[in-house]
Design a protein around this ligand. Structure first.
Ligand SMILES: C[S@@+](CC[C@H](N)C(=O)[O-])C[C@H]1O[C@@H](n2cnc3c(N)ncnc32)[C@H](O)[C@@H]1O
Length: 255
């Protein structure tokens, strides 16, 4: 029986074989690697990955789809976790872990932030996302797409926009353009130098009212001398400040 796509789970199934082939060329799955797929759905990516691998972990919230995967023709090669990915404990999977998925667009940012917490365990991530989200992830300072998502993710990952995928490549087609992104965690030595909670606090405050000057959004939070030492002008707005400057400021605040 044909699966009726469920809107609440952001179900848009990839049907375009040329996209899948292109994607596999980018992911280059190899047997013996530890890989987890978020939202395998009807298995479009899954079956391509399994051409190269004997085993794959998958996380699927939809009970019917999880059941199909558990009993279907790839059952011997899959470990199916029937759970909300936002509640899944990635610490229980082996490392180094490769993470892939055509993500449910309605919760893509929470998924990206949840994975940031376990970046130590991750080798790389390849995701299908709304193109607009990827534009924000790779945005440079002073562009209209540059925001909290850009700064938070660029601090932890090298991010590459790989290629675009049009709505016709899916059934049912989403209303927006999609794209594929590769995210590679920066070396541990680099990530360890970021005071995570202070960094998050100043970036969140700065972009909470992005039209205002930093001297207003940071009042009571950031000492003006420290901002100056980090090379940040408090008369600027959040979008003028580079990711490295936010990191530098967070480091100065921790000293
Ligand atoms: C955009 S579809 C992709 C399906 C399939 N990978 C493909 O490319 O055809 C998103 C998938 O994520 C699943 N999903 C949605 N929300 C989820 C959640 N919170 N946790 C785990 N899986 C979820 C959906 O049921 C669906 O299978």
């Amino acid at each position: 029986m044909k699966h009726q796509a469920r809107k609440r789970f952001g179900q848009h199934f990839l049907t375009d074989e040329s996209v899948l082939t292109h994607l596999m060329g980018e992911i280059r799955p190899k047997n013996g690697q530890h890989m987890v797929e978020i939202g395998p759905g009807l298995g479009a990516m899954t079956q391509h990955l399994l051409k190269h691998m004997d085993h794959l972990e998958v996380i699927e919230i939809d009970r019917d789809l999880a059941e199909k995967l558990r009993t279907g023709r790839w059952r011997d090669k899959l470990t199916v976790h029937e759970v909300d990915v936002l509640k899944f404990d990635f610490n229980k999977l082996p490392t180094p872990l490769r993470v892939v998925g055509n993500l449910p667009y309605n919760i893509s940012s929470p998924i990206l932030f949840a994975l940031l917490e376990v970046a130590d365990r991750i080798e790389d991530q390849h995701f299908m996302l709304q193109k607009e989200v990827i534009d924000r992830m790779v945005a440079e300072p002073s562009s209209s797409d540059y925001g909290r998502l850009s700064v938070m993710l660029q601090a932890w990952y090298d991010i590459e926009h790989l290629f675009d995928v049009p709505p016709e490549s899916f059934d049912p087609p989403p209303r927006v353009m999609s794209a594929i992104v590769r995210m590679t965690p920066k070396p541990k030595t680099v990530r360890q130098q970021i005071p995570a909670s202070t960094f998050q606090q100043i970036v969140t405050a700065a972009f909470s009212q992005r039209r205002k000057m930093l001297r207003n959004t940071w009042a009571g939070l950031v000492q003006p001398e420290l901002a100056e030492q980090a090379g940040i002008a408090l008369t600027d707005r959040a979008e003028a400040v580079a990711c490295e400057q936010y990191i530098r400021l967070a480091q100065l605040m921790e000293q």
